[in-house]
Write a protein that binds this ligand. Structure first.
Ligand code: BUJ
Length: 651
């Protein structure tokens, strides 16, 4: 429209006082990397298929703390039979298949398939969230200002990615010199077929970046039996949700110029001022449904003449959710980001950027297309860019620009669709009320202290969970710690089994036999847990766990229509995969909170971060009282560890 054109001319003219000084025509990117984004992609190592022998050995070691002697012997027998029989054959076939699929990893297909085949609602069960810290300049935390700045930075990230000038993801063992410009130049001259090795010799590990294709313009589409991932990289519009209404506007021009920030802001003002009441039948609720149910309603939606509007939702660059309430505390923030009130979300979008009235901001993401590493990278870049180079300043003048290019999506809803929305809302409301989220902070020590004690901070937190669970349940419970395998081509994750024979011994000492041990002896026990955990963590990161391998063998059997081998029907196999403790950690200075739901109805979802001088976690559960107890026990274990580290014996 005329308004948009005028605005564009306006901000292109050199001398006007309105636009933040850090924004100019060249600022369409978060940075310009010397090394092309996908420089290492071709030469990434392939995810190894572990030896079957090793997987069985690791599996049995993980089963040991969970099983009584006679159960253990039964499982051992089944494992042996599997290893020498059907397992051997499956393994051989898996290797052959893997050799034929050189461009990817053995886990990629089956893993994606498992996500997409699950019929459970994705909200609460799969979608995690990560929230940004507040903008350090408090006046920038105004909802409108922050929404504009974060959106512009997100689009700059997209542009950098598409232009292949986004820095490649690299895990640096020795950041000082391998991060230097000279080194990067050297790497950029290496041909892509060998570039990975150049980095490797400098202890810099390039990570797989294949997941980024699904970051933008993407959506999970419900289908009967198995969902699909949809992307349309040609689409240039942003989807904005407000009070359950849907709006779109083009945010990129055909050659990738970002709409002027004040124009974006004008559009957002337009949307914020549009409707104060919640949509009568907010379609977002449908994305909280069982996937088959939702797939059927989606068909109805399409048939009722909503194809174009649905397409605009699916293909939008991402979904910006402008919530119309203030966040009261950390727990409220977690609820808002993990599941919200349902009406102002489209959980199927690859990710949604959510911003509340008080400027709290976070990402809720659909999990099938990608893992924490990719999303965290995006979060870090967007936070850094939006705070260092904010596109708009508070009290800017966008309000004077007219905004005519916002389209409000219209839907034709028949009675059947309307009642489907109502039913979805009722179910969702019931579920979300059952969910409890509580943050916890421990201030006595953090990463620096534990390293000084020559132990692994991650192992210490995991051990604290083990001891707490042992106190609460009187036994060792199945535990999952997520570990990225992004160091490999198309790698995803591997499981670290943090419940070990060492943690069991340690938990027994701390809970059952507290008085029997000296501080020195307890310290030894903690040390052995730490050492072994570090080893398991290294194995997992190298693709040498057992979970993905055994999973892939079973998937192979099933996909051929073979009966599921007895090994997998073992109650002990089911039990070890019933993870009471589901844990995941991230380390970032731009993240305030994060979390995800439990994976079993009577379990906990534990997101944690170990900072230099303290540590914190954010735990979800469907059982509030148990969660309170767990948190007390967790604090108790950490206090005990601190006493032991300080050489004090336990009280
Ligand atoms: O393992 C996998 O394949 C993927 C896992 C699945 N699961 C969540 C079930 C473990 N997915 C992830 O690990 C992604 C999780 C992303 C969110 C992580 C949040 C952790 C941050 C918590 C920060 C807490 C700080 C509290 C301060 C009071």
């Amino acid at each position: 429209g005329a308004g948009a054109g005028a605005a564009r001319d306006y901000w292109r003219s050199a001398d006007h006082g309105l636009v933040s000084s850090t924004w100019d025509l060249d600022h369409h990117f978060v940075h310009r990397s010397i090394i092309p984004t996908l420089h290492f992609q071709q030469s990434l190592p392939r995810l190894p298929v572990p030896e079957l022998e090793d997987s069985i050995r690791r599996y049995m070691a993980a089963q040991k703390p969970l099983l009584g002697d006679s159960e253990y012997r039964k499982t051992e027998k089944l494992a042996k039979a599997f290893k020498n029989g059907i397992g051997k054959e499956l393994h051989k076939n898996l290797i052959e298949l893997d050799k034929k699929n050189f461009h990817t990893s053995y886990i990629t297909g089956p893993w994606l398939d498992t996500y997409l085949s699950s019929r459970d609602p994705i909200v609460l069960n799969f979608n995690p969230f990560i929230t940004f810290k507040r903008d350090p300049q408090e006046s920038y935390n105004d909802q409108l200002v922050r929404a504009t700045n974060l959106t512009v930075s997100a689009i700059k990230f997209l542009n950098s990615l598409r232009s292949r000038i986004l820095e490649p993801d690299i895990y640096y063992v020795n950041p000082q010199w391998s991060k230097s410009k000279a080194f990067k130049r050297f790497l950029s001259f290496l041909p892509t077929s060998v570039s990975w090795y150049g980095a490797y010799f400098a202890e810099a590990y390039p990570l797989d970046m294949s997941q980024y294709v699904h970051l933008f313009n993407s959506c999970r589409v419900p289908k009967q039996g198995k969902d699909e991932l949809f992307s349309d990289h040609g689409a240039r519009h942003l989807l904005v949700m407000r009070n359950g209404h849907f709006y779109v506007f083009d945010i990129l021009d055909p050659i990738g110029n970002i709409l002027h920030p004040y124009e974006i802001q004008a559009h957002l003002i337009n949307i914020l001022q549009d409707e104060e009441t919640v949509a009568e039948y907010p379609l977002g609720y449908l994305t909280t449904e069982n996937r088959n149910t939702w797939a059927a309603v989606r068909e109805q939606l399409l048939q009722a003449g909503n194809e174009e509007s649905v397409y605009k939702i699916d293909s939008a660059i991402f979904c910006l959710c402008l919530d119309s309430f203030r966040v009261e505390n950390s727990s409220h923030l977690s609820h808002c980001m993990l599941h919200g009130y349902g009406y102002n979300r489209w959980f199927d979008k690859s990710f949604s950027l959510i911003i509340t009235v008080d400027g709290s901001a976070g990402i809720n993401f659909e999990h099938s297309w990608g893992d924490g590493v990719a999303v965290l990278r995006f979060v870090n870049e967007v936070y850094a860019d939006s705070t260092k180079h904010p596109a708009v300043v508070p009290r800017g003048t966008a309000a004077t620009l007219c905004s005519t290019n916002v389209e409000k999506l219209q839907f034709h809803l028949n009675a059947s669709i309307q009642s489907a929305v109502t039913v979805a809302r009722q179910k969702f409301d019931k579920q979300r009320h059952k969910m409890t989220v509580k943050p916890f902070e421990f201030r006595k020590f953090g990463k620096q202290y534990v390293i000084q004690e020559r132990m692994s901070p991650d192992a210490i937190f995991q051990l604290a969970c083990q001891v707490a669970a042992y106190r609460q349940f009187g036994k060792i419970v199945p535990t999952y710690e997520s570990c990225s395998t992004a160091g490999f081509k198309h790698g995803r994750t591997e499981t670290i089994r943090s419940a070990t024979v060492y943690t069991k011994r340690c938990a027994q000492a701390f809970i059952r036999d507290r008085k029997k041990y000296s501080a020195q002896e307890l310290r030894k026990l903690i040390e052995s847990c730490s050492k072994y955990h570090k080893f398991l963590q290294m194995e997992a990161a190298l693709g040498q766990g057992f979970d993905r391998h055994l999973f892939a063998l079973r998937y192979l059997a099933e996909s051929r229509g073979d009966p599921v081998p007895e090994f997998y029907r073992d109650p002990a196999y089911q039990y070890i995969n019933y993870n009471i403790l589901s844990t995941s950690t991230l380390s970032s200075s731009s993240v305030f909170l994060g979390g995800f739901g439990p994976v079993v109805p009577d379990g906990f979802g534990i997101g944690y971060n170990i900072y230099d001088y303290w540590l914190g976690c954010n735990i979800t559960s469907y059982m509030e009282r148990d969660l309170d107890e767990f948190l007390l026990d967790l604090e108790g274990s950490l206090n005990d560890f601190f006493d032991v580290f300080q050489g004090r014996s336990l009280k």
